[in-house]
Write a protein that binds this ligand. Structure first.
Ligand code: ADP
Length: 165
């Protein structure tokens, strides 16, 4: 039986922390779909299409990883692609409460799809998309925080002319 997992998130922008989770999850499952949520209520820096393309370029070296997008309930999307598991990353204990709640709700909605948590790599434990967004919009150097392929997307989005959007 082929085991497929979905790694959902906002990925605004994708970071080295995300890529590390993707690489480790890819070695645990036969196929991994990195799924970009399109229905976030947050104000995004990158459009969903830019996030999808940026991840696609960042995972080009991983043959079992594909990039998708979903709207609506994650668990419905996971079921529609026949996923065995949902992968999420954990950093500090502050992630735990929210992730625990989501995993419980998703299990209540569909008990056949398991949520699997991967611990962050120590060197990425401080990294979040919101920190990268802040550094990037304030003109700081974010190149050590995101995969190389993501850099041009962020440069473009944080050019002074585009920031008023
Ligand atoms: P969401 O809005 O769904 O939380 P994110 O893109 O912020 O989307 O995060 C997607 C997943 O990746 C979450 O499970 C989050 O905890 C995890 N994650 C984010 N940054 C890191 C990191 N540096 N190390 C490990 N996991 C991470």
């Amino acid at each position: 039986m082929s085991r497929l997992a979905v790694y959902p998130g906002s990925f605004d922008p994708p970071t080295l922390g995300h890529l590390d989770v993707i690489e480790r999850a890819a070695s645990l499952f036969d196929k991994l779909i990195v799924a970009v949520g399109r229905n976030s209520s947050k104000k995004n820096l990158l459009t969903a299409d830019q996030r999808i393309e940026a991840i696609r370029e960042s995972v080009a070296h991983l043959p079992h990883v594909v990039v998708g997008a979903f709207e609506g309930l994650l668990i419905d999307y996971a079921r529609s692609v026949d996923a065995t598991a949902i992968v999420r990353g954990l950093r500090a204990t502050s992630d735990f409460e929210y992730e625990f709640q989501m995993a419980m709700v998703n299990r209540r909605l569909n008990s056949e799809i398991e949520t699997v948590f991967l611990m962050t790599k120590w060197e990425y434990s401080y990294l979040s998309s919101s920190i990268v967004r802040e550094v990037a919009t304030l003109g700081g150097d974010f190149s050590q925080m995101v995969p190389e392929a993501v850099v041009p997307f962020l440069r473009e989005a944080t050019q002074p002319a585009n920031q008023a959007r």
